[in-house]
Design a protein around this ligand. Structure first.
Ligand SMILES: Nc1ncnc2c1ncn2[C@@H]1O[C@H](COP(=O)(O)OP(=O)(O)OP(=O)(O)O)[C@@H](O)[C@H]1O
Ligand SMILES: [Mg+2]
Length: 242
């Protein structure tokens, strides 16, 4: 579904992504983990068309998309839930969801999807007419994901869904990701922490310093310390690498 090859991107003289290869197959839930500044958000922003790559290719559903604008990618089914959620705090839950649905013309199917989304996230039904800024952090994350679902993604990319949330709330958000994936949605999720992801992940990439330093399926990475070692930048003999 998504095929990223040799992707390089940055900010002025700073190269934040240095030839990254990743892929996401249909039906998978793939995680990208790595420490602060690893390039995770840069990767999602570049794939979503918010930044232009300086080298490399991105293929989505078999077609090259590098350099396309976000609106066009969104219509093709590639949707990003950005870091920090970016909901409209002064608007109601209903209005925030309407913004997500703006690109759609199929109003009957949209009404059905809205019902499904409100079933998945009952709190949003309870607070439908309430101001989004009054929702808790976890509820705002659910709103951001719900809004993205109304854009009918084939692939949803989510940047740090657990950011700033209490452990119990993270469990709820992860449970909703599990349900969405079980319902057929392909997911690419970025997280800073490796905790909790192995139960959910089809595959995991560890990104450090703009490079993919490890890739594996969840069972492969559950064995031994490879995941932690890659994350913290240790090689097998215990020495730190760049
Ligand atoms: N708008 C920007 N302008 C200049 N440099 C940036 C900008 N955004 C990110 N960077 C730099 O690019 C590198 C990668 O940043 P990025 O935001 O992709 O990291 P990240 O893996 O998402 O980190 P975090 O886990 O903290 O969100 C960092 O060195 C960062 O300082
Ligand atoms: Mg980030």
């Amino acid at each position: 579904m998504l095929e990223v090859n040799g992707l390089t991107a940055g900010y002025g003289r700073l190269t934040a992504l240095k030839g990254v290869d990743i892929r996401v197959d249909e039906g998978e839930i793939v995680f990208i983990v790595g420490p602060n500044g690893a390039g995770k958000s840069t990767l999602l922003k570049t794939v979503a068309g918010l930044m232009a790559p300086t080298a490399g290719t991105v293929g989505f559903r078999g077609r090259p998309i590098a350099g396309r604008v976000p609106e066009e990618l969104c219509r093709q089914g590639l949707v990003l839930v950005p870091e920090g959620r970016h909901i409209f705090r002064t608007l109601t839950v209903q209005e925030n969801l309407a913004v997500g649905a703006m690109i759609r013309k199929d109003k009957a199917a949209l009404a059905e999807d809205l019902e499904k989304v409100l079933d998945t996230f009952p709190i949003l039904r309870d607070r439908f007419k309430g101001i989004a800024g009054h929702l808790s952090g976890g509820e705002q994350q659910q709103l951001a994901i719900a809004r993205a679902i109304l854009q009918r993604p084939a692939l949803m990319m989510i940047d740090e869904p657990s950011l700033g949330l209490a452990p119990l709330v993270i469990d709820q958000v992860y449970e909703s990701l599990r349900q969405l994936n079980a319902g057929g949605l392909t997911l690419l999720v970025v997280e800073q922490s490796t905790a909790r992801i192995l139960d959910l992940a089809s595959r995991v990439y560890v990104l450090r310093n703009g490079h993919v330093v490890l890739e594996g399926t969840a069972p492969e990475l559950a064995e031994g310390n490879a995941l932690e070692d890659a994350y913290f930048g240790y090689v097998a003999d215990g020495h730190a690498v760049a």
